[in-house]
Design a protein around this ligand. Structure first.
Ligand code: SF4
Ligand code: SF4
Ligand code: SF4
Ligand code: FES
Length: 928
């Protein structure tokens, strides 16, 4: 067994609370009822040979290697499929068993290429291990009979190979694809000697439905399915436990390394966010870290029309310090600010906001969460008292009804989507509220009970209509509301939603969703058992984003779906550390832990520790920084890991704002679009090159551990320290653990967090303090953090962005599995094979009206701007709606989006833009 892999107990654990006592090879052991004999033996330290069993999959019992003898039972049952029974006496090592196992292995080996010494899996092959374990020394049948040794290799997938000649048809891959990933892309085709593994309709892996999650590769006990990097680089020598840096699921991985080179990323079975699973990005798309485009030396220039010049860290940092001081003395203390990154660690984010507050002396700090989940923070704080989701991911396994609103988990949060699908296959019900028919609506063995295909921009009308049904049909959980919520506010809200204008019938013409569907969905959510709401940017990125978050919270409270496993309100956070960057005080009005800057006690606490007076007025938000730049009062900006020129709404405004500044600093891995407007570029460190923590969508704090030294010399936290030092504010941290200690000292929800505890527990969900020393998986269980749950009236106010005769279609945007955000990382990996360009999805009816054929280049124009891309004709979108992803810079979709934003948080209204789409004449410029 490879020491770098997680220990394999052969079959999944039993959750039974009844204990059963058995004797294995003379040893007595107690295990939960339902445990397999194989697992009980493993827990007693006895390894039973096995090939088709692994503890991440249900037992299958096909290889016949794990035979045992049981007193009083005839024959030699398979230990993986035999559950323990009280008083059982089991023998695992009799002569009879040894001989039977050797016979089974002989059959396998006689049809297997004997190239162990040159095989890429040498040392990491269960077949090889088992041949040794059963003491096989010779193969009596010879190797001349019919065999599969010349079976073809499928090398179509960019990340792994399928070498059929090595396949023992144990079906672990098939079961991994079914049970763990839920894609059902693989089958065993044929029978007996002819049986083989087939992808989809016996296609190549690349052409099949396979989504390259790697679950089958991990499950394969032989070299049949192998990572290409293992073949190229060789078996890894060491392993470092770390956390994926892509999305808010926060999967835990073992980075397996040879020298300083990552050989593969293996999802960690004990990772509480992913439970041993991964998606194509975290599993395979880490090659960007060593891509030749990485900038590894600081760059400086006096003006943005000049070429970059390489500089030492000392010169670059000195330049930032002298420029920021010059700007502040000329334009005032408030003329500079910074933006933290949701890609960076908690510790790095904390340091950047500390630099702004303690060193710049203002509160001009903001984060990219502004453009995604700021309405979640504000909305949930107002209603529940905490700016975060309420559950852990495990909770979904106890949900009876899932409501997915404005999120596309199979593409945006794939590993969590696999958990959802597993629960849905077990019989949980699904309601999807989305303008587009996302994959979850209908996927193998899953069909949503209701798809509320609403018009973009009408979320609040739908949530009010759902609430109307719940209130007027007597479906409110009155006991919960009476005990847990503020009653006068509930009454006001109930009266409001009960008004006829909020009924499904009255709102049907607004939302486009048939009233009967809304009524049925509301009844299902309110009465179907545990109801859990999951939502994404399709909720927040609207002019009423915050209102919708409040509406969701109202619905959960009214039905009592809050405060226990299986229920809750769960934002699916986009970036790996967007929760953390918000927690760490990245907003201009809040210190770490969401405490207002005007709060004197909090200010004093930080003033004491930081040794400087702190400003009590909130600083500028990102859009206001650009406004102020254009007005001439904001001149210096430190931007860590963020590409505004690419990812913010209304690109022209951003570019004009950046161009008006005198010192723009970009701290990143690559020279991104924003760097075109920068004066100093600091090379960033990838997640493989630093220590720290990320906090995922379930408030789970997980360690990021250094796998290799920072390629540019300094980790991001060290670079920020150097800037502070140059500005005359020395910092003394020797390791990010000391920054976490300061966070714990100053932030009530983090008081119990330390690197030592993270090492001990693996990960911790905040709040973690005296009351909850090991963290809090489910929030608001005994009462809401704010005391009584607060119902807030959510009046539907249509966005000012309307379709008109000139711009008759509504454009909305989303993600695709293989790419990530603006593609800075994923486009620098083989993931580009799956999504070479962004496409505009348009309904056949709208396409026909405009003479657009599938694949045609089209021009998408709004009142803000225009861009071009290729059309994909599909009925995934309703008539009147068009949809695109935003992963490619040349798409420039943000040229088209407007500057409307959420009333409470300024989160841009990315999800609704009135556009016209026409065939391109082929000569138009990409932008107007
Ligand atoms: S590919 Fe691997 S996991 Fe799948 S059947 Fe063959 S040996 Fe088993
Ligand atoms: S990589 Fe994932 S999706 Fe593809 S076949 Fe394997 S398990 Fe299925
Ligand atoms: S689901 Fe998210 S965190 Fe997990 S591997 Fe994929 S990108 Fe990484
Ligand atoms: S491991 Fe039990 S039958 Fe294969």
């Amino acid at each position: 067994m490879n020491a770098m892999l997680d220990r394999d107990f052969g079959t999944p654990p039993s959750t039974s609370e009844t204990r059963v006592s058995v004797e294995i090879d003379g040893m007595r052991i107690e295990v939960p009822a339902g445990t397999s004999v194989m697992r009980a033996a493993a827990e007693a330290g006895v390894s039973i040979p096995k090939l088709c069993a692994t503890d991440t999959l249900d037992a299958f019992g096909s290889c016949r290697l794990c035979l045992v003898e049981i007193d009083g039972r005839a024959g030699t049952p398979a230990s993986c499929t035999t559950p323990v029974a009280e008083g059982m006496r089991i023998h695992t090592q009799t002569n009879k068993l040894k001989s039977l196992r050797r016979g089974v292995m002989e059959l396998y080996i006689s049809d297997h290429p004997l190239d162990c010494l040159t095989c890429s899996a040498n040392g990491d092959c269960e077949l090889q291990d088992m041949a040794g374990a059963v003491g096989l020394r010779e193969v009596r049948y010879g190797f001349d009979g019919a065999n599969h040794l010349s079976a073809p290799k499928d090398e179509s997938n960019p990340y792994f190979t399928f070498d059929a000649s090595k396949c023992i048809v144990c079906s672990r891959c098939v079961r991994a694809c079914d049970e763990v990933q839920g894609t059902l892309a693989l089958t065993v085709s044929g029978r007996g000697f002819e049986s083989k593994i087939a992808a989809s309709a016996d296609q190549s892996f690349l052409d099949s439905e396979c989504v390259s999650c790697g679950a089958c590769v991990k499950a394969c006990p032989t070299a049949t399915l192998t990572e290409k990097t293992v073949i190229e680089i060789g078996q890894p020598e060491r392993s470092v436990l770390t956390t994926c840096a892509y999305c808010g699921v926060g999967c835990s991985f073992k980075a397996q390394v040879r020298g300083n080179e990552v050989v593969r990323m293996v999802p960690h079975d004990d990772g509480k966010a992913n439970r041993g699973h991964s998606c194509v990005k975290g599993r395979f798309a880490w090659g960007y870290a060593t891509h030749p485009d990485r900038v590894l030396t600081p760059l400086v220039r006096d003006r943005i029309d000049q070429p970059w010049r390489e500089a030492s860290w000392e010169e670059a940092v000195g330049r930032i310090a002298s420029e920021f001081r010059r700007i502040q003395s000329k334009y005032g203390k408030d003329s500079v600010g910074a933006v933290t990154s949701s890609r960076c660690t908690n510790e790095e984010t904390f340091l950047v906001q500390k630099m702004v507050r303690a060193v710049f002396g203002n509160n001009n700090v903001d984060t990219c969460a502004r453009v995604c989940h700021s309405p979640t923070g504000y909305g949930l704080k107002q209603t529940f008292g905490t700016s975060a989701g309420t559950q852990d991911f495990d909770s979904v396994m106890q949900a009876d009804v899932m409501v997915v609103i404005g999120a596309n988990p199979t593409d945006g949060h794939p590993v969590f989507a696999s958990r959802m699908k597993r629960r849905l296959r077990q019989g949980a019900k699904l309601i999807v509220i989305d303008p587009r028919r996302i994959d979850l609506v209908r996927t193998p063995h899953i069909e949503a009970s209701h798809h509320l295909q609403l018009r973009p921009g009408t979320n609040v009308a739908i949530i009010n209509a759902l609430a109307h049904v719940i209130v007027t049909e007597g479906l409110v959980n009155e006991a919960f509301v009476r005990e847990r919520c503020d009653l006068p506010e509930f009454s006001t809200w109930a009266q409001f939603v009960a008004e006829a204008r909020n009924s499904p019938e009255a709102t049907e013409s607004i939302t486009g969703v048939p009233a009967a569907t809304v009524r049925a969905a509301a009844r299902l959510y309110a009465t179907g058992g545990n109801g859990a709401i999951y939502y994404g940017l399709g909720v927040t990125e609207h002019s009423q984003g915050t209102t919708m978050v409040m509406g969701i919270a109202n619905l959960a409270m009214a039905t009592g779906n809050i405060g226990r496993p299986g229920v809750g309100v769960n934002p699916l956070r986009g970036q790996n550390n967007v929760q953390g960057s918000c927690d760490m005080g990245s907003f201009p009005h809040e210190f770490a832990g969401y405490r207002h800057v005007s709060d004197e006690a909090t200010r004093e606490l930080f003033e004491d520790i930081w040794g400087v007076p702190l400003a009590s007025e909130p600083g500028l938000r990102i859009p206001n920084m650009f406004d102020a730049a254009l007005e001439g009062s904001f001149k210096g900006m430190f931007i860590q890991g963020e590409d505004f020129a690419q990812s913010d709404p209304d690109t022209q405004h951003v570019v004009a704002g950046l161009s008006a500044m005198e010192c723009v600093v970009v701290h990143d891995l690559f020279l991104n679009e924003t760097a075109k407007y920068a004066h100093v570029f600091l090379p960033g460190a990838s997640f493989l090159e630093k220590d720290g923590t990320f906090t995922n969508a379930e408030r789970r704090i997980s360690r990021v551990r250094k796998v290799m030294p920072p390629r540019a010399g300094l980790a991001d936290w060290q670079a920020v320290m150097a800037v502070c030092q140059a500005l005359g504010y020395p910092m003394q941290y020797e390791h990010p653990s000391q920054i976490m200690d300061e966070i714990a000292r100053t932030t009530p929800s983090f008081t119990g967090v330390s690197y030592a505890k993270l090492d001990e527990l693996g990960s911790i969900q905040w709040p973690c303090n005296d009351k909850a020393p090991t963290g809090t998986p489910v929030m608001h269980s005994a009462g809401f953090v704010r005391g009584k749950g607060r119902f807030i009236v959510t009046e539907y106010v249509p966005t000012e962005e309307r379709s008109t005769a000139r711009f008759p279609l509504l454009l909305t945007t989303g993600r695709i599995l293989s790419q990530y955000n603006v593609g800075t990382q994923t486009r620098r990996t083989a993931n580009s094979q799956w999504h070479e360009q962004d496409l505009l999805e348009i309904h056949p009816h709208d396409a026909e009206q405009r003479g657009i054929r599938d694949g045609d280049r089209v021009r998408v124009a709004s009142r803000t701007g225009a861009t071009e891309l290729r059309a994909e004709i599909t009925d995934r979108v309703a008539p009147g709606v068009v949809y695109t992803t935003f992963h490619h810079p040349d798409t420039h979709i943000n040229v088209v989006t407007t500057d409307f934003s959420d009333w409470a948080t300024n989160c841009p209204e990315y999800k609704v833009t009135a556009v016209q789409v026409l065939p391109s004449n082929g000569t138009a410029a990409a932008r107007s």
